[in-house]
Ligand binder design. Structure first.
Ligand code: BF8
Length: 628
C-alpha cells in the first residue's frame, strides 16, 4: 500500500490537494501532513493498544515482546487493556453521533411547540411514517404528532423504555442473535454510560464481556442515535432525492463570496443556505464587487446540504485546511466533529472569518455565535451578512483555486433508491439474483494522513464496480469518489457489464451517495429491508462494508455496529488492538460464529477488494445463487 509521505506528491492522489499543499509549503504554513510528519515515530505501545491512561496509578504500558511489564499497575493484562481502550473509542463514537441526533430531537420538539422560527416539517409524509413506527396516534394534528415523536425519541436515549424502536426494522433472526449474546441495545445514553462505567478501573475485567458491551453500545448508535439523526434531518429538511452537483476545491468561485459549511449537523447550515438566498444579501454582495454568493460544503455537514440542496462539495477531511489556503473563503462555518483545531490559525493568515456555532465545540481564534433552535434562523442571517461584508477584505493577489469542478450525482436516500426502482426492492433483488449485480458494498469513512488521501477509497471502489458490485457511500469516502468522477452516470463505463447495464437503464452512477456518516444508518436500513424482502438474516446477504482510510472514534463505532448487524467489514487502517492476540482473534474470526460477520484488516485496497469479492461470491453460494 502506498503510504502517505510528509508533503508533496504522496500526500494525496488529488491534484487540488497537492497544489494547495504546495502553496502551504511556499507560504510557510503547516497542515495536517506536516504535523503528522513531526509526530514520527508515533508511539508503538499506543498503536498496539498496549498503553493505558485511564487512571492515575498509571500511565502504564505493556511490553509486546514479553520482556518488560506484562501488567499495568492495577493488574490489567494486554487483553484487558486493549479491550478497555477499544471499548472507550466505541463509546466516544456512539456518544458523538447520538448527541448530534439529540440536537435534532430537541429542535423537532421546539418546532412542534412553535419555538423554532424558520424551521419547519419539510417532509410531513416521512413524519407520518416514522411517528407510526413509534406508536404515535395517526390522527393527531401534525405539530402534535411531531411533539409526540420528539418525546418518544427522547425515551430512546433514556433507561425507561428498554429497547430501541428502529431495531424492529431488522429481521427477527438478527434480534435473536443479539438476545443470545446479550447485546440488544436498551437505550442510547444507557449503553454509552454503562460502557464508560465498565471501563473504569476495577469494574469489568473480562475482555469478551467488555467487547460485547462495546458492540451493544455501537448498536445503540447505528439503530439509535445515528438513525434518529438521519430520520429527523429528513423530516425537518427534506428526504434527499437524486440531483446533480459538483465536487473538489474548484467549486469555490474566485469572483463570488464563498461560504464553507463544515462539520456534521445540518441545523445551522440549512439556515445559512436559506439566508444566502435573500435578495438583499445578494444585492449587497454585488455592491461590494462580487458576482454572487457561493456556498460549498466540507465533510459531513457538506454531505447533508449536498444530499438535500445540491450544494457542491469542496472536499473531505484532509481538505479542510487546504480550503482556507485558497484565500477565497470569506467565512467557514462549523458545528462539530472532525474540525481541526488548527483552522483558527490558518483563517487568521487570510481574511477568512471562522465561525463556531455549537456551545459544545469552541475553537481557538474563532468567532463564536451559539446556535439554539430559537435563534437558528437569525444566526444563519448574521453569518451570511458578515461573510458578505468580509468580501471587501479579500486580497485577490492571494487567491488560488486549483482545478475545475467534477460533476457528481447525489441524493440516494433509501426512499429515493426504492422510488428509482419503482417503489419496491424487487428489481434490485432480481438484479442480484440473476447476477447482473453481484452484491453491494458500503464504502465509508474518513481520510487519515497515514494513507495517501483518497487512494484507498478510489482504488477499492474502482475494483468493486469493475466486478459488478454496487457501491453505496457516505462521509469522506463519498467525497473521494465524487472527485474521482465515480458518481456520474458516465462512470458506468468503468463498471462490469452487468452493473453497467443496470446503471444505464436507470440513469444512475455505479456509486450511490447515501449521505453523511450518521447516514450509514440508511445503508444498514437498506440492508435490513433487503434481508426482510428475501426472508433471510442480514449476514446471509451478498453485502459488505469497508472503511479504507478511517481515523475517528465514530468510524470505529460504525464498524462495530455494521459487524453486529451482520455485515462483514474491511478496515484499511488497523485499529489499536494488535497488542492482544485474543481481542484481535475475536474481532477477525470469533464474532462470526455468533453474528455471522467479523472484521478484516487489509491496508492494500486491491487485496481488500479481492477479499470482498470472495465474500460476496460465498454469500451468493449460500443463498443458492449463481456464483463465480
Ligand atoms: O463523520 S468520514 S473524517 S467527516 S468521521 Fe469525519 Fe470520518 Fe469524514 Fe463525517 Ni465520518
Amino acid at each position: 500500500m502506498e503510504q502517505a509521505g510528509r508533503t508533496g506528491k504522496s500526500c494525496s492522489i488529488q491534484a487540488d490537494s497537492l497544489a494547495l499543499q504546495e502553496k502551504a509549503t511556499q507560504e510557510g504554513l503547516s497542515t495536517v501532513w506536516d504535523r503528522f510528519a513531526a509526530q514520527q515515530p508515533q508511539c508503538g505501545f499506543c498503536e498496539l493498544g498496549l498503553s493505558c491512561r485511564i487512571c492515575v496509578m498509571g500511565p502504564c504500558r505493556l511490553d509486546p515482546f514479553g520482556e518488560g511489564p506484562q501488567r499495568g499497575v492495577c493488574g490489567a493484562d494486554a487483553d484487558i487493556m486493549v479491550a478497555r481502550n477499544l471499548a472507550r473509542m466505541v463509546a466516544a463514537g456512539a456518544a458523538s453521533h447520538s448527541d448530534h441526533g439529540r440536537d435534532l430531537v430537541e429542535t423537532l420538539l421546539a418546532v412542534a411547540e412553535g419555538k423554532a422560527p424558520g424551521y419547519q416539517l419539510t417532509d410531513p409524509a416521512k413524519l407520518d411514517r416514522v411517528a407510526a413506527q413509534f406508536g404515535v396516534a395517526p390522527d393527531l394534528p401534525v405539530l402534535e404528532k411531531a411533539r409526540e415523536l420528539a418525546l418518544a425519541m427522547m425515551e430512546e436515549y433514556g433507561i425507561k423504555k428498554g429497547h430501541l424502536t428502529f431495531t424492529r426494522r431488522l429481521p427477527p433472526a438478527r434480534l435473536e442473535k443479539w438476545r443470545n449474546l446479550g447485546i440488544t441495545p436498551r437505550g442510547v445514553d444507557w449503553e454509552v454510560t454503562e460502557m464508560l462505567h465498565r471501563t473504569h478501573m476495577g469494574v469489568d475485567n473480562d475482555p469478551v464481556n467488555l467487547l460485547l458491551q462495546a458492540l451493544r453500545t455501537a448498536l445503540a448508535d447505528g439503530w439509535g442515535g445515528s438513525m434518529i439523526a438521519t430520520e429527523l434531518s429528513d423530516i425537518l429538511f427534506g428526504t434527499p432525492t437524486p440531483r446533480a452537483s459538483q465536487a473538489n476545491i474548484g467549486v469555490l468561485k474566485a469572483d463570488q463570496v464563498n461560504i464553507i459549511l463544515h462539520g456534521h449537523n445540518p441545523l445551522v447550515s440549512e439556515m445559512v443556505a436559506r439566508a444566502a438566498q435573500e435578495p438583499r444579501v445578494l444585492e449587497r454582495a454585488r455592491q461590494l464587487g462580487a458576482q454572487g454568493l457561493n456556498l460549498a460544503g466540507l465533510c459531513c455537514t457538506g454531505n447533508e446540504v449536498l444530499m438535500r440542496r445540491g450544494i457542491p462539495m469542496a472536499g473531505n477531511h484532509l481538505v479542510q485546511e487546504l480550503a482556507l489556503l485558497t484565500g477565497a473563503v470569506e467565512a467557514m462555518v462549523v458545528d462539530y466533529q472532525c474540525i481541526m483545531p488548527s483552522l483558527g490559525d490558518l483563517a487568521a493568515c487570510y481574511h477568512t472569518l471562522f465561525f463556531t456555532t455549537s456551545p459544545k465545540a469552541k475553537f481557538p481564534k474563532a468567532t463564536h455565535l451559539p446556535f439554539t433552535p430559537e435563534t437558528g434562523e437569525d444566526l444563519g442571517r448574521r453569518i451570511v451578512v458578515q461573510a458578505v461584508e468580509n468580501f471587501a477584505r479579500r486580497d485577490p493577489a492571494r487567491v488560488y483555486i486549483p482545478g475545475a469542478p467534477v460533476a457528481q450525482m447525489t441524493g440516494f436516500s433509501v426512499e429515493a433508491i426504492l422510488a428509482a426502482l419503482g417503489g419496491t426492492p424487487e428489481p434490485l433483488l432480481n438484479a442480484i439474483k440473476t447476477g447482473q449485480i453481484r452484491g453491494a458494498v458500503g464504502v465509508v469513512g474518513c481520510n487519515n494522513p497515514r494513507v495517501t488521501q483518497d487512494y484507498g477509497h478510489v482504488t477499492l471502489t474502482k475494483e468493486l464496480i469493475r466486478n459488478d458490485i454496487l457501491v453505496l457511500d457516505t462521509g469522506c469516502a463519498a467525497v473521494a469518489h465524487a472527485k474521482a468522477g465515480l458518481k456520474q452516470p458516465e462512470a458506468a463505463a468503468q463498471a462490469g457489464p452487468g452493473l453497467a447495464a443496470v446503471c444505464r437503464a436507470l440513469g444512475i452512477p455505479p456509486v450511490l451517495h447515501m449521505g453523511s456518516c450518521v447516514d450509514n444508518a440508511r445503508i444498514i436500513h437498506l440492508a435490513a429491508a433487503l434481508a426482510q424482502a428475501l426472508g433471510v438474516d442480514v449476514d446471509q446477504l451478498p453485502v459488505a462494508a469497508a472503511a479504507p482510510e478511517w481515523y475517528s472514534e465514530k468510524a470505529a463505532t460504525i464498524g462495530c455496529y455494521a459487524v453486529a448487524s451482520g455485515v462483514f467489514t474491511v478496515l484499511g487502517v488497523a485499529p489499536p488492538v494488535l497488542g492482544s492476540k485474543n481481542v484481535t482473534e475475536l474481532l477477525l474470526n470469533g464474532l462470526t460464529a455468533h453474528l455471522g460477520a467479523c472484521f478484516a484488516v487489509e491496508p492494500d485496497p486491491a487485496r481488500a477488494a479481492a477479499l470482498i469479492v470472495r465474500h460476496i461470491e460465498d454469500k451468493r453460494r449460500g443463498l443458492g445463487l449463481e456464483a463465480r
